[in-house]
Design a protein around this ligand. Structure first.
Ligand SMILES: NC(=O)c1ccc[n+]([C@@H]2O[C@H](COP(=O)([O-])OP(=O)(O)OC[C@H]3O[C@@H](n4cnc5c(N)ncnc54)[C@H](O)[C@@H]3O)[C@@H](O)[C@H]2O)c1
Length: 445
């Protein structure tokens, strides 16, 4: 295959080494953040394995199948080691990480106690908070400032203090705070100039998540959005990311029911099985569930959850199979379950000659257990992206999100397996390896 030889000479991207400590700032110190941090501390001490994490346990095939070369991802790309991670957070409640983890009720006390000394030293900084965006919560550990602009300066000072107190060489920020009320892009989000003016004028369309993101991007700190809030999905902040050479990614961690959806739907689509209805129902009883009990906050989540099927099934290409699909998502707040969510999916499908069939999925999942490795991977890959000189939207990290951010004019890729290929090929590309297309004709020549 002579014509492939030229393509094999890929150029390796220059990547700055992962020297020194990597500071991680989580916005929100609730179920997801504390489960993530506890898991990293436990892995460092050898108490637990980082199951579910591509950066820690994933392998990547290089070259032909006959080469038998599949190193660990972390041995292939220069990632920050777990030992280098140092944590900080903001929350509207004063509880330290150990207390917050006990309240979140994801991990058992017997698994938290061995980490207590280190874990309880992590005390959240005062939050940039606005009750108009999360009516169900009322914390006292919050900043007060005259304008949203002043608030952003306070967050910038927090970051700089965290950086010098902990002597970290790089910082990464990730939104793991509550889902904010639904917000649509407005004029004030259209350009950085308009956005900064609106912050100074205390415009209600500047959400707290945007204040944190602004502070991070201004300092060149990669920002990831784990919730479905609008946050960095606006031209103003993308412009800022571009100006400061900073990667951003989002939005809404892909866990639980949506993860299942993006595993199953590509299979139905690939085998051309039609779908007439997909009814998804959930019960969950954690603080996230309580916040989502408010219709405005649920609307933000609903948009994110509903968008998934359309781009996988492509009803415009297959109207007979997917043109009449009824898709409904319900989330019910049910306190007795805590973080241990249960979901039911009823999927009405049809096949040969239109004969109907049904698929039922009952997933008894643990939301934060599924989200924690995503947080770790995102942070390490976003840090890699920054060191590799990548800026703006990191579409190759779509694998981790329910509503992947994409460049204007593109539709997001929701199929988990395409997302995985995109991620791994990006890593190969960065390291000067040939992307894998799975063509494989050369084996039969
Ligand atoms: N767990 C999952 O699988 C999953 C999946 C996708 C998305 N998410 C999203 O991740 C986020 C975190 O989920 P969780 O289960 O940890 O929720 P949680 O309620 O346990 O934690 C969120 C924390 O954020 C704090 N907070 C709210 N507004 C804040 C602000 N402006 N500044 C600082 N702190 C603030 C809250 O006090 C709370 O402690 C939610 O938005 C959720 O929708 C979670």
């Amino acid at each position: 295959m002579d014509h492939l030889k030229g393509e094999k000479m890929q150029k390796k991207t220059t990547i700055q080494p992962a020297e020194g400590k990597l500071g991680i700032l989580t916005v929100g110190l609730g179920a997801v953040s504390t489960t993530f941090i506890a898991g990293v501390l436990a892995a460092k001490k050898g108490f637990a394995k980082p199951f579910g994490s591509v950066t820690q346990m994933g392998t990547i095939r290089l070259g032909k199948r006959t080469d038998h070369k599949s190193p660990l991802v972390k041995d292939f790309v220069p990632l920050s080691p777990l030992d280098s991670l140092t944590f900080g957070a903001w929350d509207i409640f004063e509880d330290n990480a150990y207390e917050a983890a006990l309240k979140a009720g994801v991990l058992e006390k017997k698994h938290l106690d061995p980490l207590q000394e280190e874990f309880s030293q992590l005390k959240p900084m005062k939050a940039a908070f606005d009750r108009n965006y999360v009516r169900k919560l009322d914390g006292q550990h919050i900043k007060s400032a005259k304008t949203k602009w002043d608030m952003a300066q306070m967050v910038i000072e927090d970051i700089q203090r965290f950086q010098s107190d902990n002597k970290v060489s790089r910082v990464n920020m990730i939104w793991c705070a509550s889902t904010e009320a639904f917000l649509q892009p407005k004029n004030v989000h259209a350009s950085l100039e308009e956005f900064e003016k609106a912050m100074k004028e205390n415009n209600p369309a500047i959400a707290p998540s945007m204040i944190y993101a602004y502070a991070a991007l201004k300092l060149g700190i990669p920002f990831s959005n784990g919730a479905p809030n609008l946050t960095v999905d606006i031209p103003a902040l993308q412009q800022l990311a571009s100006e400061t050479g900073t990667p951003l990614s989002g939005k809404d961690f892909k866990t639980g029911q949506t993860l299942m959806k993006t595993i199953l739907a590509p299979g139905f689509r690939a085998r051309l099985l039609g779908i007439t209805g997909w009814f998804s129902s959930n019960i969950l009883g954690n603080r996230d569930g309580e916040v989502l009990d408010d219709p405005d906050n649920f609307k933000t989540k609903e948009e994110s959850k509903l968008s998934v099927l359309d781009t996988i099934l492509q009803p415009e290409l297959q109207p007979e199979l997917y043109g009449d699909l009824y898709h409904k998502v319900r989330i019910n707040y049910y306190p007795p379950r805590g973080d241990n969510k249960e979901s039911w999916d009823n999927i009405d499908i049809f096949g040969w000659m239109g004969y109907p069939m049904q698929v039922k999925v009952n997933f008894l999942c643990r939301d934060s257990i599924l989200a924690a490795p995503i947080v770790l991977d995102l942070i390490l890959f976003m840090d890699l992206a920054k060191r590799a000189g990548m800026k703006g939207i990191q579409e190759w990290l779509s694998f981790y999100y329910k509503s992947p951010m994409v460049a204007e004019g593109l539709y997001p890729e929701h199929n988990l397996f395409i997302q995985q290929m995109k991620l791994k090929n990006t890593l190969r590309h960065l390291m000067g390896e040939e992307p894998i297309t799975h063509l494989g004709l050369e084996y039969y020549e």
